[in-house]
Design a protein around this ligand. Structure first.
Ligand code: M6R
Length: 605
């Protein structure tokens, strides 16, 4: 939710900031702005509503060689989408960018009599005004004093007009990474904006004050002590965060799935068996658990549902899947015998993070399945199983989802083995099949022409329904979310057998129903449900395994996945469903990668 960046060094800052904001744009894209600190003319500020490209055009005429500046790309929370509400915000000597939410901004405004100085409706400007109010020439002292007053989450980049060449930064919860390199110092919400300058970086520690200059970065805790942050090295390069010839990130990321699965699964196989010791995952915790709760949001939660399906059916361990924002406020029934599995691509979704904290408070051990290395969720978990999808830039999650499912499968396999529920032979076979799903996905991607035609058909539909049973039902939930978020078509996912209990009233002539029927044992049941909608005029698209061909009386179109046990078929089916959403959005001429009202990571409640 919002991307921030700061750069100080030897090069003109303007272009560096704008290019960095382009990388960060997926975090929020309703307005953007930059401020550079020119030693001669002071702060030069440029803001624009709309995407970063609008800002880039507006800033073209701005002639400044200033080598120090900060920038922001916004997803509005407090205050509408206006130029005044866009960041950076200046108050007197102080200019800041902020990601997060200051929960007590109203109280602070009243207590410190700031109402008359504020120009915007944002919580952020209150912080700028407080910093300016208390500033007497010592940035460290002032930041410390103001931060003590703040409630909420924040990542702040701050410039003081009488401190040329310097950027100060501090954070609580909201993420920031920083790097010092030959040409200066850079700080940003995530690595995509840093990696062009340095592969070595550090995660900004919470409640530490950073001073960035052209010759390096100092980190001090709030007692004034210098701290040496742990330097990490990124294992992907900038090309991973670029489109690489694809028209959209989403299509690129769909195509990257076979590799991402291989990267996630292969290193966790030793002698054919699942191996989690290198991840620091203790077999004892798997052996001794009595139940599992999976907590996540959105797509990650849907991956959790697939995990539940396999863990319950193969291992007979009770698994609850909880929406993180609900879990937080319901006094969940968990204890030290419960393993809480937290799933998150970004590792910074606030609802998921707070759910994790609650689970720990209740004595549960927390194992997180996370894509972003060093993210808050990863750092606060007892165990981390990193997925290796690489950076996911499209707002609609695709490759992160399938690697999350793969991670669940690895966990399930290890669980089965260490608890003695599944034999070594069976486990080896399972892992071999899991490793093979990349190939199935590749074949599905290559045969995607039909999917494009189907998308063309449904692009004008006002409503689309997805139905399935068992694991296919969990897939339909994700498919429906994907279609809604990028094509803006209303869609619902239903357990196929449940439709007749009410919702079937919505089925009429030509309403598209996408039926997923890859599970052998319930195939005839799903087909019966398909007949029910077909006889009411629905336009049925049936996804089934090769060899299961149905007549025109049953369905209008059929898409096949390779004939495989549905536990492994989910990967190929997921690709088909992602492509249906992708091509529909594209056929409607929408901004596939940056759908309206959304942002990549949701760091507000
Ligand atoms: O970063 P996370 O996995 O924690 O994000 C969770 C959801 O916000 C995310 O999956 C969201 O639902 C996607 N945009 C859906 O495509």
């Amino acid at each position: 939710m919002c991307g921030i960046i700061g750069y100080t060094g030897n090069e003109p800052a303007k272009d560096i900031l704008i290019n960095g904001l382009k990388q960060l744009e997926y975090r929020g894209y309703d307005s953007a702005g930059i401020a550079v600190l020119d030693p001669n003319s002071g702060i030069v500020l440029k803001k624009k509503t709309g995407k970063v490209e609008e800002l880039a055009k507006a800033a073209e005429a701005e002639k400044t060689d200033a080598t120090c500046g900060i920038g922001h790309t916004r997803w509005a929370t407090h205050g509408g989408v206006t130029e005044t509400n866009a960041h950076p915000h200046s108050q007197g000597q102080v200019t800041i960018c902020h990601n997060g939410i200051i929960e007590n901004y109203k109280e602070l405004t009243t207590e410190y009599g700031l109402k008359n100085v504020l120009k915007s409706e944002t919580d952020t400007e209150v912080v700028a005004a407080l910093l300016d109010k208390f500033y007497e020439g010592d940035p460290y002292k002032t930041i410390k004093k103001v931060v003590d007053l703040l409630a909420g989450s924040f990542a702040l980049c701050i410039m003081f007009e009488d401190q040329p060449g310097k950027i100060f930064a501090i954070r609580n919860v909201s993420p920031m990474v920083a790097a010092a390199f030959d040409g200066g110092s850079i700080i940003a919400s995530d690595l995509t904006a840093v990696i062009n300058f340095s592969k070595k970086y550090f995660v900004v520690p919470e409640y530490h004050i950073l001073t960035l200059t052209d010759s390096g970065i100092t980190v001090q805790d709030l007692k004034g002590r210098k701290v040496e942050p742990e330097i990490l090295e990124v294992n992907w390069d900038i090309t991973s965060a670029q489109k690489g010839g694809y028209p959209h990130y989403m299509l690129k990321e769909i195509n990257e799935q076979p590799e991402a699965i291989e990267r996630t699964v292969a290193p966790r196989i030793q002698n054919g068996l699942p191996f989690l010791a290198d991840d620091g995952i203790d077999d004892d915790v798997l052996k001794n658990l009595k139940d599992i709760v999976i907590v996540a949001c959105g797509t990650a939660m849907h991956a959790g549902m697939v995990g539940k399906s396999i863990i319950e059916s193969k291992l007979r361990i009770p698994v609850l899947v909880e929406i993180a924002s609900e879990f937080r406020y319901k006094d969940p029934i968990i204890d030290e015998k419960t393993l809480t599995i937290v799933v998150s691509q970004s590792g910074e979704t606030i609802d998921t993070l707070e759910a994790l904290r609650l689970a720990k408070q209740k004595g549960s051990k927390v194992l997180s399945v996370v894509n972003v290395k060093g993210s808050t969720i990863a750092r606060e978990s007892d165990y981390v199983l990193y997925t290796h999808a690489g950076p996911e830039i499209a707002v609609a999650s695709t490759k992160a989802y399938t690697v999350q499912i793969a991670a669940m499968y690895i966990l399930a396999a290890r669980l089965g083995l260490v608890r003695g529920v599944v034999s070594e032979e069976e486990t080896k076979e399972f892992m071999e099949k899991l490793l093979g799903v990349g190939e199935l996905m590749q074949k599905t991607i290559e045969a995607s022409n039909d999917i494009r035609r189907i998308a063309n058909h449904i692009k004008t539909a006002p409503d689309v329904f997805y139905i399935g049973r068992g694991i296919d039902y969990t897939l339909s939930l994700e498919a429906s979310l994907k279609l809604k978020e990028i094509s803006y078509i209303h869609s619902e996912a239903y357990a196929a057998g449940e439709l007749k209990h009410g919702t079937i009233a919505l089925i009429s002539e030509n309403v598209p129903v996408i039926a997923i029927a890859t599970e052998e044992h319930v195939y005839p049941k799903v087909i019966s449900n398909v007949r029910e909608v077909k006889s009411r005029g629905a336009y049925v698209i049936l996804i089934s395994c090769e060899g299961k061909t149905e007549s025109k009386e049953v369905c209008d179109k059929q898409i096949y996945i390779p004939k495989v046990d549905s536990v492994f078929g989910v990967f190929a089916t997921a690709v088909i469903l992602q492509l249906i959403a992708y091509y529909t959005s594209d056929a409607k001429g929408l901004d596939v990668d940056k759908p309206r009202n959304l942002a990549k990571s949701v760091t507000v409640e």
